[in-house]
Design a protein around this ligand. Structure first.
Ligand code: APR
Ligand code: ZN
Length: 376
């Protein structure tokens, strides 16, 4: 605040110069926010599976870019026309914005705002330009959030004020991972008491799904992951049976069918792979099972399913950010956390300073984290 107002800020940020290239911590220039934009001083950022998809080039994004979307920060300054946040406010960045004007925002059930920059990814702000540069070169935004930086600029519609009492070293995961997972179970699927669930992928998102299933009273929660290091934590959160597909003699969906006799009531895919989406679908009860696709598939992937199997009544549903209208609902999850109605603490297994980003990514890739939070 104060000195930097209206000026370009020079700070540190992680720049991905190309897909599959190691991230490099660089000095970058961050322009002041333009009309309808907000400049945020980051306090923390989670490392989410989607960021990994970005860095691996699965989403056809433009490089160089600054990755990251799961951010908590403090508003440094606002551009003209901004009315919902002010300098000093604690905020979360939103990978799915809420413009409150598009068809999806106006529809009672929609949340996939037209102004999102996920499908497809343009890498630019709403006016078509970038706010970042590095070594004289333009640097693109990821999902119009870009949180692996000390300062970022986001559209006002992609940022929301949260409770002043929020612990900023943790609540960043309420910007994406928690609503994506927990919301998929409690809000989208509306998991019923006594029901049977299977969750494919026990990372940050899958773990939040498990929490949601448990909170909804599911009596059996089967967790599926190829990394058995995830099993103890998953069990602590409510998973009743753990399966490692690599160690099974049969396809995992057949094992789930045998374990349950009739298939599960609710299946969730939280990995982002076509094969596990098919396995989740085929784990569902043929008549009333509901399969929710939470994972983000590679940009060009197709999902081949046996067409005849849909007739018997089961449901296939995609879900982004737990079907929550983000600016309306995400601050309430922060408040629920402050009131002990939901506990996100077990999901934050690691916290590291931003300058140890490479160590954090190493831990993530080694499968040792549920969520590793970067602290600025
Ligand atoms: N079968 C089972 N589990 C797998 C497989 C597989 N073939 N491949 C990966 N996994 C497991 C990993 O071991 C890991 O525990 O899936 C989990 C993925 O977790 P994270 O990498 O922590 O990713 P997360 O942030 O949870 O996101 C998961 O949801 O929103 C989307 O874009 C996101 O597609 C991503 C998914
Ligand atoms: Zn909208």
């Amino acid at each position: 605040m104060g000195d930097s107002l209206g000026k370009t800020i020079t700070c540190r940020a992680a720049v991905a110069w190309a897909e599959n290239a190691p991230l490099s911590i660089e000095e970058v220039q961050v322009e002041p926010p333009k009309l309808g934009e907000v400049r945020v001083k980051m306090v923390s950022s989670g490392i989410c599976g989607s960021d990994d998809h970005v860095l691996k080039g699965k989403l056809l994004m433009k490089f160089p870019l600054i990755p990251g979307h799961e951010g908590a920060g403090i508003v440094e300054s606002v551009g003209d026309g901004v009315s919902t946040v002010k300098p000093g406010d604690k905020v979360l960045t939103l990978i799915v914005p809420q413009c409150k004007k598009c068809d999806s925002c106006l529809h009672p059930k929609g949340n996939f705002c037209d102004k999102q920059d996920i499908l497809p990814c343009s890498g630019v702000m709403l006016d078509g330009t970038c706010r970042f540069s590095c070594r004289g070169q333009k640097v693109y935004h990821s999902f119009r959030t870009s949180t692996f930086t000390e300062y970022t600029v986001v559209p006002e519609i992609a940022v929301v004020k949260i409770d002043d009492a929020a612990p900023m070293d943790k609540v960043c995961i309420i910007s994406c991972g928690v609503p994506t997972g927990y919301g998929a179970a409690v809000n989208s699927a509306k998991v019923t008491p006594g029901s049977t669930c299977v969750v494919f992928g026990l990372g940050g998102v899958g773990s939040a799904i498990v929490m949601g299933c448990k909170a909804s009273g599911a009596s059996r929660i089967i967790g599926v992951d190829i990394n058995e290091k995830k099993f103890p934590q998953a069990k602590a959160l409510g998973v009743t049976d753990c399966l490692n597909p690599n160690k099974l003699k049969k396809p995992v969906q057949e094992v789930v069918m045998e374990m349950t006799g009739v298939g599960v009531d609710f299946a969730f895919e939280a990995i982002g792979l076509v094969d596990t989406m098919i396995a989740a679908w085929n784990s569902c009860n043929n008549s009333y099972g509901v399969c929710l696709i939470v994972g983000l598939a590679p940009a060009d992937a197709q999902l081949p399913l046996e067409a005849v199997k849909i007739l018997s009544g089961k449901t296939l549903k995609g879900v982004c950010l737990g079907d929550y209208k983000t600016r309306d609902c995400i601050p309430k999850i922060v408040t629920d956390y402050l009131q002990d109605k939901i506990n996100i603490d077990p999901l934050v297994t690691h916290q590291l300073p931003f300058n140890q980003l490479h160590k954090a990514l190493k831990l993530y890739h080694a499968g040792k984290t549920i969520r590793c939070v970067l602290l600025f």
